[in-house]
Design a protein around this ligand. Structure first.
Ligand SMILES: *[C@@H]1O[C@H](CO)[C@@H](O)[C@H](O)[C@H]1NC(C)=O
Length: 195
């Protein structure tokens, strides 16, 4: 009982700490890949899943290799301008007045999210501010995401690293901040296969 009380106080204190906001905005959420459900949203994401993410562009790392649906893509021009600033950083998304409680992080670039003015409030598939998600995450943020194809969001990218990319090659991505071992194991397996 005493321990429970202490941990809930700890959680409250942690969530009360203000985090530095690196970027924020409002616009539209869309979806473009899914590792856990390759055929989600009546689509076939296998090609998208094989694509290299912008945050690890130089040494190459695919969504499949990352093996998570929590990768979020942002305005690719803004991201390309300062990979180290945004890559791996936590993203907090609000849709329908509900703030996400998922370990979402910036990992990729989105072309649509770079087109037109950042203040645009009209949906345009060729250019409108926002973020691009996995099918699984988009559906969790807004249950109408797949059906509608896009949904209203506001977001904050905060200065908390959830995933370590290799943004300036040569190097190695060390992966999720709390699960480094699984990435190391995967690359060990990869090199064994090559032998
Ligand atoms: C994307 O980022 C670039 C570079 O900062 C900026 O000029 C452009 O307005 C942004 N586009 C959107 C839709 O936010």
């Amino acid at each position: 009982m005493k321990n429970q009380m202490l941990s809930s106080i700890g959680l409250f204190a942690a969530s009360a700490v203000a985090q530095t906001v690196l970027n924020s905005g409002s616009g539209f959420g869309t979806l473009y890949y899914d590792v856990s459900d390759v055929n989600g949203c009546q689509d076939d994401f296998s090609l998208q899943n094989e694509g290299f993410v912008e945050c690890n562009f130089f040494t190459g790392l695919s969504l499949d290799q990352m093996n998570t649906d929590y990768v979020v893509a942002m305005n690719y021009t803004l991201l390309a301008g300062d990979l180290a600033k945004y890559c791996g950083k936590k993203v907090i998304v609000t849709s329908n007045g509900v703030q996400s409680n998922l370990p979402l992080f910036i990992g990729d670039g989105c072309a649509r999210c770079a087109g037109g003015p950042s203040t645009n409030t009209a949906w345009n598939p060729n250019g409108a501010p926002g973020l691009d998600f996995s099918y699984t995450v988009a559906q969790e943020l807004n249950s109408n995401a797949c059906f509608a194809g896009h949904f209203d969001i506001t977001w904050e990218i905060v200065d908390e690293t959830l995933y370590n990319f290799d943004t300036n090659a040569p190097g190695q991505p060390t992966g999720p901040v709390n699960q480094r071992r699984s990435v190391n194991k995967r690359s060990e397996r990869g090199s064994r296969r090559r032998l």
